[in-house]
Ligand binder design. Structure first.
Ligand SMILES: Cc1ncc(COP(=O)(O)O)c(C=O)c1O
Length: 446
């Protein structure tokens, strides 16, 4: 006799394997429309910049994405990190300048600052939303601060009015890291149009996924001009002119987006809203089913914004559960039980960004740069700070496969799995404590 109806005890999994087995493949498979667009570029032979003919797909994408976001300018580049770097450079951040970044984000937010030989200064997050806590920003502003980089983690826009107010008070630029923020709205406005400049990513599982790629948006012509030069060797190039001067005016990189990627992105952009809406439908349904489970915290969405659910995050609230195990152990036990039920769960970041070796050892350009080579003051990446970041890293995980074509049928099974696991939480914890293995093997997420 099984001891419970948990899959861990040998009972049938709540999610039929057939319903999930092809979910990744379905999600990643290109449509005929996408294949046709890429093949057309291949047939044309026009794969990158061609003087006199420009980059028609990259330029088309820039026009269309600028319109989608509601800004004047967009720059297509070859990664989200490049988009952020162009935004940082475009905003006039320079060597030794400081940029405020949340402690909970992907390393690329801070890397884009280091790439400009500038110094990331970290701020803790609000544990309810996983987003930079505006109340903690001003304490980190110094005479060297040039910009604030709010990151719309998991697809929820940051508290932009408050952040913009602080920025105005201290004459700082605001650079949104919207790598995960496609399709989300703050007070009716799109992410990417909420600060001075923004960067979007197109890698792995992003809502506008093309393999690799990035998009920078801004309403500011001078930011756009500097960012364009950063993209292309520090040159001022009119893509459609018949000749190129080859006269670099400053340091620049080669961040051009290939034409095949641009063509693919243009097709995906046409379907972005329906993709996000289907994900939101799945997320809303899941929340309606999970929100009353004691000890589980579903995503918090403040009333002035929408969530696009790049990832759907839940917290295990050990203070509401009859367990004195550390939160990370309870989280691992719950994840293991859900995995056994065929729910796709994963952990995203495993440490606060300032805890990563690059900051603890201050190893970037070498010879102390950027931390000591511009007469900058002492920067401390004190590990006892960022308590909220550490707490959420310990007690939350993400639920995958909310994206279309997955539908409410899968969400229904997910909800049943969660209900089962929390109903039998004692048994779940017992099994986990018995098995000497610590963390659950989770799918890699970025
Ligand atoms: C929050 C965040 N910022 C920046 C990036 C960087 O994008 P990319 O990997 O395309 O350089 C990513 C995604 O990878 C991200 O999730």
């Amino acid at each position: 006799m099984p001891r419970s109806n948990l899959a861990l005890d040998g009972a049938q999994a709540a999610v039929p394997a057939a319903l999930v087995s092809h979910d990744w493949e379905r999600f990643r498979k290109s449509t005929q429309e996408e294949i046709d667009a890429v093949v057309e570029v291949l047939k044309s032979g026009h794969l990158s910049i061609a003087m006199g003919k420009g980059m028609p797909n990259a330029e088309g994408l820039e026009r269309e994405f600028a319109e989608y976001v509601g800004v004047r300018h967009c720059l297509a580049v070859n990664s989200g990190t490049a988009a952020l770097h162009c935004a940082v450079a475009g905003a006039g951040v320079g060597p030794g300048d400081e940029v405020i970044v949340p402690a909970y984000t992907f390393i690329a937010s801070a890397m884009a600052v280091l790439h400009q030989n500038a110094i990331p200064i970290f701020v803790d997050i609000d544990p309810e939303t996983y987003l930079i806590d505006p109340l903690k920003i001003e304490a980190k502003i110094t005479t060297r601060t040039r910009a604030i980089m709010p990151v719309h983690i998991y697809g929820l826009p940051c508290d932009m009015d408050e952040i913009n107010r602080i920025a105005r008070r201290h004459s700082l630029k605001v650079i949104e890291d919207s790598a995960q923020g496609y399709g989300a709205k703050y007070k009716g406005k799109s992410t990417g149009a909420l600060g001075d400049a923004a960067g979007f990513a197109m890698t792995t599982t992003k809502q506008l996924m093309t393999g690799e790629g990035g998009l920078m948006t801004t309403k500011d012509a001078s930011i756009f001009e500097r960012a364009s030069m950063t993209r292309l060797f520090g040159e001022r190039v009119d893509m459609n002119a018949s000749d190129r001067a080859y006269a670099s005016e400053s340091i620049g990189w080669n961040y051009k987006m290939p034409e095949m990627i641009s063509a693919l992105a243009r097709v995906k952009l046409r379907h972005l809203d329906s993709y996000v809406a289907a994900t939101q439908r799945n997320a809303d349904y899941l929340t309606s089913r999970l929100k009353n489970i004691e000890g589980l915290r579903t995503p918090v969405v403040p009333p002035d914004r929408t969530h696009s659910y790049y990832l759907y995050a839940v917290r295990v609230q050990t203070d509401r559960l009859a367990s004195d195990l550390p939160p990370a152990r309870v989280r691992d036990a719950v994840m293991a039980a859900l995995s056994a039920e065929n729910v796709k769960v994963a952990r995203w970041q495993k440490m606060a960004v300032p805890d990563q070796p690059v900051f603890q050892r201050k190893q970037a350009y070498g010879r102390g740069c950027p931390w000591q080579c511009h007469g900058a003051g002492e920067t401390s990446y004190e590990t006892s700070e960022f308590r909220n970041t550490r707490a959420v890293i310990d007690d939350h995980f993400v639920v995958r496969s909310l994206v279309p074509p997955n539908s409410l049928e899968l969400m229904e099974c997910y909800a049943i799995a969660f209900e089962k696991v929390f109903e039998h939480l004692d048994r779940v914890l017992e099994i986990h404590e018995e098995s000497s293995e610590a963390p659950v093997a989770s799918e890699k997420t970025r």
